[in-house]
Design a protein. Sequence first.
Length: 307
Amino acid sequence: MGPQVGRSNMRLVMRWLAAIGAAGFALTAYVYLTLPDVRPLATTNPTTTAFMELRAREAAREGRQLRQVQRWLPYTRMSPHLARAVLVAEDSGFWDHEGVDIEQIRASFEVNLERGRAVRGASTITQQLAKNLYLSPSRNPIRKLKELIIARRLEAALPKARILELYLNVIEWGDGIWGVEAAAQRYFGTSASAVGPGESALLAGAIINPRVLNPAHPSAHLLRRQRLILRRMGAVTPPAPTLVVTTETAQTSGAAPPVPVPPPVTEHAEETPPAQPQPPAQESQTADPPAAAPRPCPVLPCPPTPR
């Protein structure tokens, strides 16, 4: 009886494993086939995002009117300081990955396991763009699976410069503030094409918690992030400007000429004072995740590094 019972149990386990595998495959196939087509983003700027609509619903439930401000700025007109700062703060391996950074996921897992709580994320700029455009901030595993697949689609369909342009124009930078141009005008009274290293580092440092961290009135937490970002900006190469002909630019006289990339920011960048901050606000309770060490560009040929 013993061997027969053992074989029966083994067959039962194998059937369960086969059923689970089939269900997993069906779920993945369903998710993949129902996700949005990202190819139109190559020539069309999105007019809204999932996050914009989420914030509007939240405001409606609270009975308040939310004024949403977004001003689209082509990547060719953005300050190169800004691109460097954002890459340092959010995705120093931007050149290395194809939407998902496996090394950062592994490092994040080890740090979070050691601390016993989630103190460091591993989402790339492409993943954050996928989440902002189409998904939500929830930690649902299905939502995360969708984010990974959309990120891979974005990398396959769009050049790096276009991915960064979309990201910088749609992410949240405060209550009702969307995109870097609206943020630069709101916090510094200038265009994102004119911000210097200090202002760029403050804007980039606030992305981690844009509804709490205010670049115009930086807390001690945000000022620490600014100093760290400034020290590392010189080792990062932003994507070279490329002309993206969208439906908007096609109706005008054409895109503005590319802004030349300035020499790398060195350690002495801190000696150039940024916009005079107000007295620091109360320290943010969010943990300050360590910025990843910059890595060399693996793409050949690499974009030319100014000297």
